[in-house]
Design a protein around this ligand. Structure first.
Ligand code: SAH
Ligand code: SF4
Ligand code: F3S
Length: 479
């Protein structure tokens, strides 16, 4: 171990602390930045105080998310001052892209601002910053960053667990009137099939069992296939399902407009594809959907759900909602509640509308007052919570495979994920991290479920709550 003594060893590896905000795209990018910097001799640390380089990988989606960066930078400035350290501070991600040099102005502690399309340039940008320059790179360069970002080592992949993300598509051409993504991530670009397949095969070879294909609009994927034609997401996943050792496939985030019949059929035909779909709808009101430029109505959404459930009767859904979009009336909001009641979501994210600079809706005259937004959000969240609780409860007694991902709080416990991304705690499983284990769900808590290996369920299904895996360690989920 070459830890601790910062003065002793000239060859001591430099330490990198990366903090990700926002969506899975940022989680994936953070890993790729760490992989790039590993080649430069950086090892990752979980403690910003001992880092030589801190990267904040930021999110611009709502005002609160964007402002978090500045409070984090304030904390880092204080920590640097108190320790008298020369830690280098970089801001990456969507705030970097959206605000660029403005970050340098507001936060003199920042040495480097780098947008999502320039991560492959990190080593040279860092060298410039080290030479004393304050560097801003928010270009959309012609070269493909993915061609220049090194793959993770086996050790890095192992440390990240058996479920991995692979970016297949970036950017967005949909221009919903509330959203910054088309500006921060640029136009829709799909990666070529062969490169995605190589990356996936390598991850599986390194021990990954589940891959989530990710993109801001993942189901608009249209990557160049090895045959020279453009491949759909369904076709890509069919190919991917052939990778030996890959047990599970997921994809996120999808847009209802791109939920075509092939993709729905893939849920019927590919056993590896999990029966769970995150399909943001935003609103249940046709008027608001039109004003948001979502390009579909509520009945289109119901029709997709219907087809999905026909293709996979055990299909469950999650979604995103925005309340208080400009012009949203009480009736529009009622329509959203009605949609939630009709669909019954297994999980959901919901937000107050946040006006974002440069987006059309931000200039709309009919902004909804803050108190109305807050009331609507609370009401919607009560309904979504009840919907989630009902779904979780419906899993009691069901048997399904979970992918064991990490240790639990108590000795012998492991925590895995159900097909529906629920955390499932198992005591003393006859299996290890990275294994799929068939369990029967015996307990349902607010943040996780507990289960027992299916073959053991005859004897222990009636175990008392006090002895169940859920009795204390729910907090394990937050670890
Ligand atoms: N590409 C995905 C969503 C990406 S952003 C899609 O098309 O649905 C993730 C979620 O953030 C969105 O689904 C939306 O619910 C929310 N969101 C985006 N912009 C927002 C804003 N200005 N205010 C509040 N929520 C917003
Ligand atoms: Fe944003 Fe709409 Fe694109 Fe999703 S589809 S990223 S909400 S503009
Ligand atoms: Fe946020 Fe950028 Fe993702 S704005 S949600 S980090 S694409």
């Amino acid at each position: 171990m070459i830890d601790g003594d910062r003065t002793g060893n000239m060859h001591e590896p430099r330490k990198l602390y990366v903090k990700s905000f926002g969506c899975q795209m940022n989680v994936y990018d953070s890993h790729r930045m760490a992989d790039t910097l590993a080649r430069e001799g950086f090892v990752e640390t979980q403690d910003p105080a001992e880092a030589d380089l801190v990267i904040l990988n930021t999110c611009h989606i709502r005002e609160k998310a964007a402002e978090k960066v500045y409070s984090e930078l304030g904390r880092l400035r204080k920590q640097k001052q108190e320790a008298g350290s020369d830690t280098m501070i970089a801001v990456a991600g969507c705030v970097a892209q959206a605000e660029g040099a403005e970050i340098m102005r507001r936060a003199p502690v920042v040495d480097l601002v780098v947008g999502p399309q320039s991560y492959h340039r990190l080593p040279e940008l860092l060298a410039e910053a080290r030479a004393g320059k304050r560097v801003v790179d928010t270009e959309f360069p012609a070269e493909d960053k993915f061609d220049h970002l090194p793959a993770p080592t086996r050790a890095a992949t192992r440390s990240r667990g058996p479920a991995a993300f692979v970016t297949v598509q970036e950017g967005c051409d949909k221009f919903c009137t509330f959203c910054v993504v088309p500006y921060t991530r640029g136009a829709e670009v799909s990666r070529p099939v062969a490169k995605i397949m190589d990356e996936a095969a390598r991850l599986v070879d390194q021990g990954v069992r589940e891959i989530s294909l990710i993109g801001q609009n993942v189901n608009a994927f249209h990557g160049a296939g090895p045959d020279g034609t453009s491949w759909s997401l369904a076709r890509l996943m069919e190919r991917m399902a052939g990778i030996k050792g890959l047990a599970r496939l997921r994809y996120t985030t999808s847009h209802p407009r791109d939920m075509d019949d092939d993709l729905i059929a893939a849920h019927r035909d590919l056993p590896q594809l999990m029966p769970y779909l995150h399909l943001p709808v935003q609103s249940g009101s046709d008027r608001i959907l039109a004003a948001m430029n979502r390009k579909h109505g509520r009945d289109d959404f119901f029709a997709i759900i219907e087809k999905m459930r026909q293709a996979r009767p055990d299909m469950a859904l999650s979604s995103d909602f925005i309340v208080g979009f400009p012009g949203e009336s009480e009736q529009d909001f009622e329509d959203t509640l009605d949609l939630v009641r009709k669909v019954g979501f297994a999980s959901a994210y919901s937000f107050k509308y946040s006006p974002r600079p440069g987006t059309p809706a931000a200039d709309h005259a009919a902004q909804v007052p803050e108190e109305a937004k807050a009331e609507r959000l609370a009401e919607l969240q009560r309904l979504l919570e009840a919907s989630k609780a009902a779904f979780d409860e419906s899993c009691r007694g069901r048997t399904f495979d979970i992918l064991l991902e990490k240790p639990g709080r108590q000795a012998g416990q492991l925590i895995g994920r159900s097909p529906y991304l629920q955390s499932v705690v198992v005591n003393d499983p006859p299996a290890a991290i990275g294994d799929l284990l068939t369990v029967t769900i015996t307990d349902v808590g607010p943040n996780s479920l507990a289960g027992i290996p299916a073959e053991a369920n005859d004897t222990s299904v009636s175990q008392s709550p006090a002895s169940s895996a859920l009795s204390r360690p729910l907090a394990a989920m937050e670890a």
